[in-house]
Structure formats: structure tokens, C-alpha cells
Design a protein. Structure first.
Lengths: 456, 456
């Protein structure tokens, strides 16, 4: 079998294979497990581990122990990685991490407790250990944690031929590199050249004539969300990382940036929904309760605000009990409108489409859209309410309350995240609770208040 | 000034510069605009265009017309791209798109009306036009639309030296390429070699000894969301695209896949919030109303369900009017819990962490978490309600209704998207409305139903 055939044979994971692997694990059939798992990419093996039950997972690890490599450990979801590393013998883990690039080792270490970290660090070569420890010295979530320290550099005066000879002679090259970074004698990056350009240029061509027009570096202390933004905005493939003096200390590649972007999205989506950003479908019930209960308790208190507002109008409700049935319509439609406006605003803040340059225009847009939606909904609800209760004044109160609350919802949805952002907080955090509390309270207040004025 | 210095001078966009550009536009100062805009990356110029008012935008385009290139058109948000292309003279657009790769031309054409498309196609060289038309023949949102047709291939029997000589002699190479794809005589891809490996190997080395272990191709008709998943899951940098016969027709690079991933996230987030997935902070009020009103009207009807349920209990509310104030607490806390469970489930379905292999376990997890959250909230609310109303039975009714609704919310949040997914629909679509309707109706029903049984 040639290497090329071996390469093509990597299979996709499907549900039948997951089932077959489970059966093989239940039957403790080591050979069958290996036959089923071997053709899979490490990312798919990790998915299998995530999808099977915890008990099956332990059995699988025992049976498959000998084949576990660093790539597999890297791919496993953070929510179960610690469990898996604890379940494996220390020497298996040590052997597995040895062939990873420093950024992947750091990624694994970050989520472990100190003793487990220590065991893995012990297993590394001294050079790798120092590199990993230096990376861990940068703050969590910084470019320094994300970068690999293995860089491919050339002095800025080299030619294409010199660079190629140097690369051919190099004992070790990173798994992934897309540029040769040109540095000055003090290791400050001066530009970079894509490998494609080096390959297609004549050997005598100076590298500095081939540098990319667009060249950016980030400082190691920069936040990873900023790094993800830069990659996405400027379509970077790799980006040199410098220390405070501007000297090259590492490089971040697009796969890491894509990962961060993916996590940022997840964070936004989960935070908007009021779930801890580390929530995973793989968590157990207790972890789930820990992530969700705090927001539910907060909501219990904010919902009591609505209850308080309603309780002020008990006389009105006693007089016309139908109002009790109608009031949630105004509040709930307001909640939906607030969520709509909020989702668009949070997304636009994340992509930096909403800035102070256009905030005023966007707020005015929300105001008009809220008023228009309110009038359309008011027409439907007012007509239906007036007809059903054979009382045009009930229809009128419903309609007016709806317009007020739609405007409040549209404005709240954009003003709450804008305010949080200006205060230096995450605009997604808690926005949902703020906005729905606002629309609930305003919905009940507008409806019952108007009803008291008009109908009594 | 050397090229390297020019490269380093590209500046980041900040708000002061946006302000300065606006002032220059207002002053019709062509030179000042050029000075301010030239050091910016095309992506940042596009952001400026997006952030300024429509009237300023038209003035800017008139003054900056001569400098507009294809990269800038590519970077502009779809929501205003058509407006901008219409505002520019046809020959400016034609000239601008001429230097783009086919995938970028296709991306621009997709969103234009037929006459505007025709004008741009006319401007292309015949070879490019054919390539673009072939790409446009693939369905929207397919790999065929996403790929660039400019590929770098080598016969599978070549050596490193032959490949390098071929690249050096090539008249045209794509802007971005990271692999040389090995093809058989019928143009079927057999593997690929990274440029890094080619650069570091001896000239006599056969390419087939350097191919990557992990090699995947996609068919041109594959959906782009699948393509984004494959890039993210397997950490690909580029991926060859084949026709139905397995012959190479193009290649997709990671920047395009990252773009799709970003759009998919946006879609999920906006759909969950009940907003059309093309919603942008740049849309005008009318476009905003068009995106949002349909879901608001649907919600008006689903909210009427809650109103109907409440109206069945008017006798109970007349007897104890305090119930009207308390009932939204149970419903609203249920809504939050449903949204939490839903966000985690939709995210897990998108990343394929939730499959039929573990669906049962996840549903049971939600059931337990819902019950635990319900009991915790019931304890707080039951105690508070009992004390405030000096009636333990009101507390008991609140507590029981809370437990029921928390369980319904947790289960609904995972079962609704699972069901939509199994029906072949987007699990994010309409899930939010379903789940909050469910928790509202169940919240009112459980609370008022139990109150009728226990308190009357």
C-alpha cells in the first residue's frame, strides 16, 4: 500500500461506526476497536469519546491506551479532557504530549490542575518545557498563550536561494508554517514572504522584494479576541507575535485563530441566553445547574419587579378580569422584539459594524423600526381585541400599549448592549435578562396603566 | 521608501480617522480623502463606508472613484454592496473586478440583479467569464460557488525539483495557495503536499513521499456549511473540489471557509432570536421591519394561546386577584430556562456534539437539571410567596408550578431543536418562539390550574 493510498483511506465518522465502536468496547474487543478507530482523524476519535457514556469512555481508554497520541488529547473537548487525562496512566499522557507543538501543549495544560500540569511538564524535553512555561507566563486568553514558539525566520537581506537552502538544512520545522518571517539583527519582524512566492521566484531574488503588502504583528499580551478579529478582518494566514520591545517571540496560525473565533461566537450565543460560556452538551446535570441557576435566580428577582407592577393594579384587574388574560400578549411580543434588536446589536458590536461613528443612526433606526412594528401589531391586536370583547376601548388600550412597548423593546435591545460595551463590559453578558425585564415591566405598566386611565 | 517600510506602514482604523474622513468628505477634499484612506486595508475602508451615512457614502464614492479596486468591493457588507455598485460608473466596477480571483467575483455577482451581473460579466476576459459562469451554474451556497478555479497541480510522479521548476516558470499563480495537489492523468486528486514540505525537501525527492496523512476532497455540489464544518473539524488550510466524476475543478481556501463559518454563526444567532438571517445593523428601518415583523406577528398568535389559557381561569383570578401578579414569575423564569437549554442544544447540533448517539443521555441530563433548578427556585419562591402572602398554600402552588415549568422548559429547549433537525429543518429556526410559547402556556396552566385545585 503506498502512502498516497493510505492517505485517501481516512474515513468520515458516521453513526453506524460510533455504534460499532460502542459494541466493540462492550465486548472488550481490543483488535476490533483498533480496526474501527484507526482510519479516523483524531478530531473524529475525540467526537466518539464525547458521544459515548462516561462508563464506556473509561473502558475505551483502557482498551485503546497504547494508541493515544497528542493530537487526540488536543482534539478532546475541554469539558471532558481533564477526566480523560486523569484516567490515563501518567506515562501515556507524557509520551502523547511530547510530539505536540508548544501551543497545543499549553492549550492542554491550561485546563488541568497544578499536579497534573506538573506531571506533563516533567515529561517534556527541557527546551520544550522552558518554552511551555514561558508561554504559560502570559495571561490566560492572550496571544502569548495562543502562539507557537517554533518560527521560521530569515535575515532581511537573504535571497530566495539562501532561504531554500536554509530550510532544506533545517533539522526541525513546525508542522504548519505559511510564511518566512524577515527579521532585523535584533529579531524585530520586518515583513513576511509567503511560501508560494518563495517557490515561484528565482533563487537570486532578494526576499525583501517579495514581502506581502499587508503585514501585521500582535503583541504577546494582546487579547485573543483581538487576534481573532485581526485574522478575520485582514484574512491573515499567520501573524508574528512580538514582545514589548517588538522582538519576535512566536507566531499564531489561522487554525488557532479560527478556534478562538468559534469560541467567541459560542460565548456570545450562550451569554445572550444566560448560560455560563463554558456550558457544553457533555456536562453532567450538576455542572448544568451550576451554569444556569445563577441567572434563573436573578430572573426570579427581576420577574418579581413585574409582579410588583401588576400588584399595583389589582383594583383594575378586579374590575375587568379579562385584562389579566390580555396583559401577557403585550409583554411577550415586547420580549421577542427586544431579543431581535439585541441579537443584531450584539452581533454588530462583535464584528465592529456598530461603533460610536454610527451608533446614533442605528439607535434612530431602531426607534423608527420599533414604532412601525408597533403600529402594525397594534392594528392587528387592537382590531381583534376590540371585536372579541365588543369594546373598542379595550382594543385601543391594547394598541397603544403595544406601540409603547415595541418602541421600548427596540431601543432597549440596542441601548443596553451599547451601554455595557461603553462601560467596558461584554455587551452579551446579562443583556437578555435586562432587556426582557424591561419589556415585561413596561408591557404590564403601559397596558394596565392605560387600562386604568381609559377603561375605569 | 523601500517596500518593506511601505508594508509596515499600514495603519489600523480608529474612530478619529473615521471622523477625519467624514470631514474631508463634507469638505469635498479629494486629496485629504486619499491621504487618509490610502494607508488603510481594504477591509477597513469597507468598514468606513459601512459606518458613514448613506449621503456621505455617495459623496465619498464620487470623490474616491478612481481608487476603488476589487478588494474593496469584495470587503463591503452585502447589505450595502448593491447600493455601492449601482452608484459607481460601470467601467469603474468592471475595471475593479478584473483583478479578482473567480471566487471573489462570484461572491460579488451573487447578490446583484441580472442587469448589473451582466455588465460585470461583460467586463471580464473571456477565460475568466467562462470560469465565473461555470461557478454560477452551481447552486447558491454550494462548494462550487465558494471555490477558486485557479489551482496548482502536479502529476503524481513528479519530484520536488520538477514542481519547483514548474512553479518558477508559471506565468500566473493564485494569490493564495498552500498546497500542490497531486493528480492522476484523469485529473483526479490523489493527495497534496504542503509548500513547507516542498521547500524543505531535496530536489530529487518524489512528491508522493511528502503527501499529508490527512487528505480530503469535497464535491462541488456539497453545501458550504458542510465545507466549513470539514475545515474546522480537520484543521484544513485548503481543500480540493471535485466534480461528480471525482475530477479536480477547483480549490477552497481557509479564508473562505472561515467566512462561511462566521456567517453560519450569525445565522444561528439571528434565527434563534427570530430575525431574518440577513439582518444587519446597516439596514434601514423598512428592511428591519420586513425582517422582524413576521416573527412578531407569529408571536402575537402564539401569545394569544397564553391569553386563552388564562381566560379559562378568570373565576380563579377573580377570587384571588394576587394570582394575576404572581403568574408571570413562573412563566418568565420558564422562558429563561428554555432559552438556556435551547442555546446549548442548538450550538451542540451545529458543532455535531449532539447526535443520535448521545441524544438520549442529553435529554435525561436536561430532565435532571430542569428538576434540580426547579426545586432550587421553588424553595426560594415558595418560601417568599408563602411569607409575603402569609399563606403557605400560595407558596406551595408557586413552588409546584415552578418545578413543573422548569422541567418542561429544559426538555422543550432540547427536544424542539432535535425534532426540527430530524425533520431536516434548521434547528435554530423558530425554536425560540416554540420554546417560549411552550413555557408561557405551561407556566400559566400549571400555576393557575394548581391554584384552582389547591386554593379555591
Amino acid at each position: 500500500m503506498t502512502e498516497i493510498e493510505a492517505a485517501v483511506e481516512e474515513v468520515e465518522l458516521d453513526e453506524a461506526r460510533v455504534e460499532a465502536i460502542r459494541e466493540a468496547v462492550d465486548a472488550r474487543d481490543r483488535d476490533r476497536i483498533r480496526d474501527l478507530v484507526e482510519p479516523l482523524h483524531a478530531a473524529d476519535i475525540a467526537d466518539v469519546l464525547e458521544q459515548i457514556d462516561p462508563a464506556e469512555r473509561r473502558a475505551f481508554l483502557q482498551l485503546y491506551e497504547g494508541e493515544i497520541d497528542g493530537d487526540l488529547l488536543s482534539e478532546i473537548d475541554e469539558s471532558i479532557r481533564e477526566e480523560i487525562i486523569e484516567a490515563l496512566p501518567a506515562e501515556v499522557v507524557a509520551e502523547a504530549v511530547r510530539d505536540l507543538d508548544t501551543d497545543d501543549v499549553v492549550d492542554i495544560l491550561e485546563d488541568l490542575e497544578a499536579p497534573a500540569q506538573g506531571r506533563i511538564l516533567q515529561a517534556l524535553d527541557i527546551a520544550d518545557r522552558v518554552a511551555v512555561e514561558q508561554a504559560m507566563a502570559y495571561p490566560e486568553g492572550s496571544a502569548g498563550r495562543l502562539m507557537q514558539r517554533e518560527v521560521v525566520v530569515a535575515p532581511e537581506h537573504w535571497t530566495v536561494g539562501e532561504a531554500i537552502d536554509h530550510l532544506r538544512a533545517a533539522e526541525y520545522l513546525p508542522d504548519q508554517f505559511y510564511h518566512v518571517i524577515l527579521v532585523d539583527p535584533r529579531m524585530k519582524p520586518q515583513g513576511y514572504v509567503t511560501l508560494g512566492r518563495i517557490l515561484s521566484a528565482l533563487r537570486t531574488k532578494p526576499l525583501r522584494d517579495l514581502t506581502e503588502d499587508s503585514f501585521r504583528t500582535v503583541e504577546a499580551t494582546e487579547e485573543e479576541s483581538e487576534v481573532a478579529y485581526i485574522f478575520n478582518q485582514y484574512h491573515l494566514i499567520s501573524c508574528p507575535v512580538t514582545d514589548a520591545d517588538g522582538r519576535l517571540v512566536g507566531v499564531i496560525t489561522i487554525d488557532d485563530a479560527m478556534n478562538v473565533l468559534d469560541e467567541e461566537h459560542e460565548e456570545d450565543m450562550l451569554r445572550l441566553a444566560g448560560v455560563g460560556e463554558e456550558a457544553s452538551v457533555l456536562d453532567g446535570p450538576l455542572a448544568t445547574v451550576r451554569q444556569r441557576l445563577p441567572w434563573l435566580v436573578i430572573n426570579l428577582f427581576t420577574a418579581s419587579l413585574s409582579a410588583f407592577v401588576i400588584s399595583r393594579f389589582e383594583a383594575t384587574i378586579t374590575a375587568i378580569v379579562a385584562l389579566a388574560a390580555l396583559m401577557p400578549i403585550v409583554a411577550s411580543t415586547g420580549g421577542i422584539a427586544g431579543t431581535q434588536s439585541l441579537a443584531v446589536a450584539v452581533r454588530a458590536l462583535a464584528t465592529r459594524d456598530l461603533t460610536s461613528a454610527n451608533a446614533r443612526r442605528v439607535v434612530l433606526r431602531e426607534l423608527s423600526a420599533g414604532a412601525l412594528n408597533g403600529m402594525a401589531l397594534a392594528a392587528i391586536l387592537g382590531l381583534a381585541g376590540g371585536l372579541i370583547f365588543a369594546d373598542p376601548w379595550i382594543g385601543a388600550v391594547l394598541a397603544m400599549a403595544m406601540i409603547v412597548n415595541q418602541i421600548v423593546a427596540a431601543l432597549g435591545g440596542v441601548l443596553v448592549p451599547l451601554t455595557l460595551e461603553r462601560m467596558g463590559l461584554d455587551p452579551a453578558l446579562a443583556s437578555g435578562t435586562f432587556v426582557t425585564t424591561l419589556t415585561d415591566v413596561m408591557g404590564f405598566l403601559a397596558f394596565l396603566g392605560l387600562a386604568t386611565l381609559v377603561l375605569l
